[in-house]
Every structure is written in structure tokens, then in C-alpha cells.
Write a protein that binds this ligand. Structure first.
Ligand code: DAU
Length: 370
């Protein structure tokens, strides 16, 4: 299968944005022979970004990917260690807040930029909002400026359903008003608004995906599912916030990555696409499933702790617009959860080092007072 050209409202300006290629002649040759594209993925050492890179390289044989990642606590080189020897994968350590690093990463001609780089954990945003504003707003702005300057043919912003705020009834559509309620979601909403402003003002060919809660292998163990799995495997208690009846919609990471690919290649510029699984559960239900799968008990292992400040009660999105592009989730929740638990069981060497050092300090700050 060859890499499709961008269409449906996308502007193809490959010749215009091609610069001298800074990579070795071996790399240039691979690209020329493949007649392929080069995409810049930012934040590609993180959870969803690393799955996206793996999928894209697998499904698009002519594609080269440059991964610009700042290697913050959640960017893990282990996620893509096996790709390092591949000619079609290039890693650059750098931050999207640094215009020079971004310019360097774009040098050589880039057909699309997919922005995964973000601070993403709501609880951390409550402790330290500033980092979220810097990466999710300023970083997005710096990327957009570079994309505009280089006339890159596609810019896709990976965003979140949390920008709609809590949805007590019904489902948010792409045109539902934004009502973020945490420093994290407010920062992501700020990024989204800039992206749409670049479309309105400069006709920069942008797209936004807004995904729901995502789970699967390689997720840093601070979010509900990986934190609870790794605690339970270690025979430790799990901290369930409030009454545990908050509702989230859960999407397996590979389905999320496929949704982003679909929107990148088939979406219409200037548009937003929701990516939801349509599979809502309470945190209590998730906790029961995890406790059972790890052969623990609710009484022995679940600690009911003080609720998150400003905790959004429910998220729900209508993703019929992305489905009309031909995307749909393929992994049922029970299957995805079993795959995820089994991955964490088999990859202790991946998560154990993460649950020390910085993580322990964070865990103490986040949970000790609860
Ligand atoms: O909806 C998409 C969003 O989903 C993404 O944009 C975010 O990056 C991602 O973190 C996630 O946000 P949530 O706040 O919903 O995810 P988290 O895993 O932190 O929490 C899921 C639910 O579980 C939420 O209702 C809070 C609860 N929870 C979470 C943790 C970490 C607990 O009860 N105890 C915990 O220790």
C-alpha cells in the first residue's frame, strides 16, 4: 500500500516546502526510492504518539517519520527502542516550545505535522498548571508558526474531549461550545482555539482530533488504568476518587492511533473530529474489573479517597463525523483491558523503573493528604 496524498481540502505543496535534506545520503536515498512522505511527529515517545508512529511506519511503507520529543517524564525511549535502527525513523530530542528545534525538525521538507506533545495529566495540572500552559498553548503556537512559514500541507492537533467540559447528559459534538474546567483542559482548549484561528486567518491546513479516555500498553502509570494495574500487581491499594461513579468513555490506544491516521489522511482542513469508543463505564466498574483480573479484593485493595478538585462527572462524545470518514474502533473493552493487563504483567521491566524517583515524589504530593 502506498501513502495516500492528502486530499479533501488539504493543500498539496510538497515542492514548495522541500528544503535541503539534512539526513545522511542513505536516508535521502530511502526516501527518494520510496517516493514517500515525511511526517514530523511531536511527542512521539509518549503513549499515544509512540503507538501512532509504530502504526504509521507499518502501514505506510514509503513513509519516513521524524520524532521530535522533549523527553519529559512521560516520554519514554523504551517505547520505540526497537525502531532506532530503522532507516525510516529519525529521533530528535527537542521541545516544541523552542522555535529553533522545531525549525530544525522541519528542515528537509515535511508533508505533515502531527502534534502529540502535551502535558496531559489532570491531577498534575491541578498541582502545577504552568507547565500545561507552556506546552499545550505556547508550544502549539510555535508549531503553528513554523507550519505556516514552511507551508506544510497538513497540521493535525491531537486534542481531547475534556475541552467540552463535563457532559451530564447527551453527547458533545464538534460544534458544541468549549467549557473546560481544569487547568489541563483549559490549556488544551487554548491550543485548539489557536489551531482554528490559523485556519480562519491564514488558511493553514489544520485538523483537530478530540479523543476520549485512552488505555493500553505503554501508558505512564499515573492515570487510572495503568496506575491501578501496577498497584494491584504489587499488592498495593488503589486510590478511588469520591464515590467512583464518574463516567468515562474508553478507547483502546491502537484504535485511537488509527483514528488519527484516518483523520490525517481523509479529514477536511479546518475541521474537528471527535474520536470516541461509545463505551462508557464508571470508575467503580473499571476498578472492579481490574481487581478481579488481578485476583485481589475490593475490601482489601480499594481505598476511597477525597475527590479530585473540580472533578468532571461525565464525558461523552458523538464521533459520527470521524466514522463517516471510515474509522471505527475495533477492540472491545474487555479484550483491550485483558491485553493491557497482560502487557503490564509481562513488562515489569518497563514500568518498575518508572515507579521510582520522580514518580514517588509526585505520588506522595498527590495522594498523601487524601
Ligand atoms: O478524556 C480524555 C482525557 O482522559 C485525556 O485528555 C487525558 O489526558 C487523560 O488523562 C484522561 O483524563 P481523566 O482525568 O479522565 O483520566 P485519569 O486516568 O486521570 O482519570 C480517569 C478517572 O479516574 C477520573 O474520573 C479520575 C479517576 N481516578 C483517577 C486516578 C489517577 C481515580 O479515581 N483515582 C486515581 O488515582
Amino acid at each position: 500500500m502506498t501513502a495516500p496524498r492528502f486530499h479533501a481540502g488539504g493543500v498539496i505543496c510538497r515542492e514548495g516546502n522541500r528544503q535541503s535534506i539534512p539526513h545522511s545520503s542513505k536516508h535521502s536515498q530511502v526516501r527518494a526510492e520510496a517516493g514517500g512522505m515525511r511526517w514530523l511527529v511531536t511527542g512521539g515517545l509518549g503513549f499515544i504518539g509512540s503507538h501512532f508512529i509504530r502504526l504509521a511506519l507499518h502501514e505506510r511503507p514509503g513513509l519516513e517519520i521524524v520524532n521530535l520529543d522533549a523527553m519529559t517524564y512521560a516520554g519514554n525511549p523504551e517505547n520505540l527502542r526497537d525502531l532506532q535502527a530503522q532507516d525510516r525513523y529519525h529521533f530528535i530530542k527537542g521541545n516544541i516550545e523552542d522555535p529553533k528545534a522545531v525549525r530544525e525538525a522541519l528542515a528537509g521538507g515535511t508533508d505533515a505535522v502531527i502534534n502529540f506533545a502535551a502535558e496531559t495529566h489532570v491531577d498534575r495540572s491541578i498541582l502545577d498548571p504552568e507547565a500545561f500552559l507552556r506546552t499545550d498553548i505556547l508550544g502549539t503556537h510555535i508549531l503553528l508558526e513554523a507550519v505556516r512559514e514552511r507551508r506544510v500541507a497538513r497540521f493535525l492537533q491531537v486534542s481531547t474531549d475534556e475541552v467540552y467540559g463535563e457532559v451530564l447528559q447527551g453527547e458533545s459534538r464538534e460544534d458544541t461550545a468549549l467549557a473546560p474546567r481544569s487547568p489541563y483542559s483549559a490549556s488544551k482548549a487554548g491550543g485548539d482555539l489557536q489551531v482554528l484561528a490559523y485556519w480562519a486567518t491564514y488558511r493553514t491546513p489544520v485538523l483537530i482530533t478530540r479523543g476520549c479516555n485512552t488505555y493500553g500498553p505503554n501508558q505512564y502509570p499515573e492515570k487510572l488504568i495503568p496506575l491501578f494495574i501496577t498497584n494491584l500487581l504489587d499488592d498495593q491499594p488503589v486510590p478511588l476518587y469520591g464515590d467512583g461513579r464518574q463516567i468515562r468513555d474508553w478507547l483502546f490506544v491502537e484504535d485511537h492511533a488509527r483514528g488519527i491516521m484516518r483523520v490525517l489522511e481523509h479529514g477536511e482542513s479546518g475541521n474537528v473530529y471527535n474520536l470516541g469508543a461509545g463505551d462508557s463505564r464508571t470508575n467503580l466498574q473499571i476498578t472492579q474489573a481490574l481487581v478481579q483480573a488481578c485476583a485481589r479484593t475490593m475490601e482489601g485493595h480499594v481505598r476511597h479517597v477525597a475527590d479530585r478538585e473540580g472533578h468532571d462527572r461525565r464525558y461523552a462524545i458523538d464521533s459520527s463525523k470521524a466514522r463517516a470518514l471510515g474509522w471505527k474502533p475495533t477492540v472491545p473493552f474487555e479484550e483491550g483491558l485483558a491485553t493491557t493487563i497482560s502487557w503490564y504483567r509481562k513488562h515489569e521491566e518497563w514500568w518498575r523503573p518508572l515507579k521510582s524517583g520522580e514518580f514517588l515524589q509526585y505520588y506522595q504530593r498527590q495522594y498523601a493528604h487524601r
